[in-house]
Design a protein around this ligand. Structure first.
Ligand code: NAP
Ligand code: F7E
Length: 364
């Protein structure tokens, strides 16, 4: 992969204030959640389009930039000439977010930052509401009060549909089932409200589950592909799972970040469901992944109540026809390709040769 000019460390708001980023000729995008799965794919996508990309990172005691490290190329003396700049910030800190929006003056903001784990949101309901819900309002207020023409993308979710049966489209009623989904629903309606009340160009992408080799390790798909790789490596003998019955509409994150960008290029802001239109159970995912390496899941998968949720979302299947019609978007990556890509990546990480285990893998 091509290495790009970038500031190695995040820069402080004070440093940032001294720089006139708006003199850059390129379109400027600000991404919250840039260290996450989607943030990393979106950053790659926008850099390839020639954008100057600014990302918000949180301070932590250990560096947490594994998904974007490959984009980095130190240019500590002249961040204003870089195409990729990281800033410290947090969705719970409105002062910092305000100053960032004021100094970066982005053409587009992609609000991807969130405590995004549904089960964990039951343990941290207040924090999830603060970061995922109020955090969105903080950004919308920053754009509104500064009077900027910034276009805003909100990372909404199929979890907002919750109990409402499929297929789910833009007109389906919401019934959230977790603190995460409730917080995201608040953020969704705030996005709609700022569009209607303050005429912001604000779009909400209602994205169904999307996965990749960069998926967090405690989401079910990655847990399964990583678990299989560890079984093959002799590091794990049982894979402890929760409810295998729920059904999800799984696509590839790389396809889905393109839809985010497409929404912000339209003449009018609107909300769109982004999905494949096909649903499969967690058990289907498990069977497919184990099947691809010739293992019998019955020998390895055990049920563990620790992974059962207080309230479950039973079935999600999106109707992406509006996105197809108006954006010209459709999911490109097949389910089989997605599972293979994830398995192959996890095998390499665990030191297992995919060509020996992955059925149909090309011999190197
Ligand atoms: P992810 O991998 O969990 O990434 C979340 C990102 O948000 C990380 O960069 C994280 O930073 C950052 N973050 C969390 N709390 C923050 C805070 N208080 N302040 C600043 N940054 C914070 O999530 P993802 O899968 O890429 O999803 C991206 C967005 O789409 C999320 O809003 C998610 O809720 C939403 N969404 C995801 C899916 C899906 O299937 N993936 C579907 C629908 C909607 P750290 O790295 O420091 O933790
Ligand atoms: O669970 C079941 C679990 O955690 C999927 C987030 O990106 O997508 C994601 O939320 C299903 C659930 O994703 C385990 O009960 C069984 O029914 O991979 P997940 P999620 O909850 O669908 C939406 C669209 C988002 O917006 C979220 O941010 O799998 N399941 N056994 C398990 N889930 C996990 N995590 N671990 C298990 O052991």
């Amino acid at each position: 992969m091509q290495r790009r000019a970038v500031w190695l460390q995040a820069i402080s708001v004070a440093q940032c204030e001294a720089i006139d980023f708006s003199s850059a000729m390129a379109q400027i995008a600000l991404i919250t959640g840039i260290t996450g799965q989607d943030g990393s794919y979106l950053a790659e996508f926008l850099l390839a389009k020639g954008y100057q990309v600014h990302g918000v990172v949180r301070r932590s005691s250990t560096m947490n930039r594994g998904r974007i490290d490959h984009l980095q190329h130190a240019n500590p003396s002249h961040p204003e000439t870089s195409k990729f700049v990281l800033h410290y910030g947090d969705m719970t800190d409105s002062g910092g977010l305000n100053r960032l929006v004021k100094t970066v003056r982005p053409d587009e903001i992609y609000n991807l930052a969130a405590q995004s784990h549904v089960q964990i949101s039951f343990d941290q309901p207040e924090y999830t509401g603060d970061a995922d819900g109020l955090g969105t309002t903080r950004l919308l207020e920053a754009i509104r009060t500064m009077g900027l023409p910034t276009r805003f993308y909100q990372a909404s979710t199929s979890e907002m549909f919750g109990l409402t049966p499929p297929p789910q489209s833009e007109s389906t009623p919401f019934h959230p089932r977790s603190p995460y989904a409730v917080a995201k629903l608040y953020a969704h309606w705030m996005t709609v409200n700022y569009r209607e009340a303050h005429h912001l160009f604000a779009c909400s992408g209602i994205l169904f589950n999307h996965e990749s080799p960069r998926r967090g390790e405690n989401f079910v798909t990655r847990k399964v592909t990583r678990g299989i790789a560890q079984i093959l490596a002799g590091k794990l003998d049982k894979l402890r799972m929760g409810n295998l019955d729920p059904k999800r509409d799984w696509g590839h994150a790389r396809d889905y970040v393109e839809a985010m960008w497409m929404m912000l290029q339209q003449d009018e802001p609107d909300d769109y469901v982004i999905a494949t239109g096909v649903t499969r159970s967690v058990k289907d995912f498990v069977d497919t992944a184990f099947g691809l390496v010739g293992l019998d899941p019955a020998k390895y998968v055990v049920s563990d109540p620790a992974y059962m949720r207080p309230a479950e979302v039973h079935e999600l299947r999106g109707d992406p026809s509006k996105a197809q019609r108006e954006l010209g978007w459709k999911a490109e990556t097949s389910f089989d390709t997605l599972v293979r890509e994830m398995l192959e990546n996890d095998m390499k990480l665990e030191g297992v040769d995919p060509t020996h285990h992955l059925i149909g893998a090309a011999k190197s």
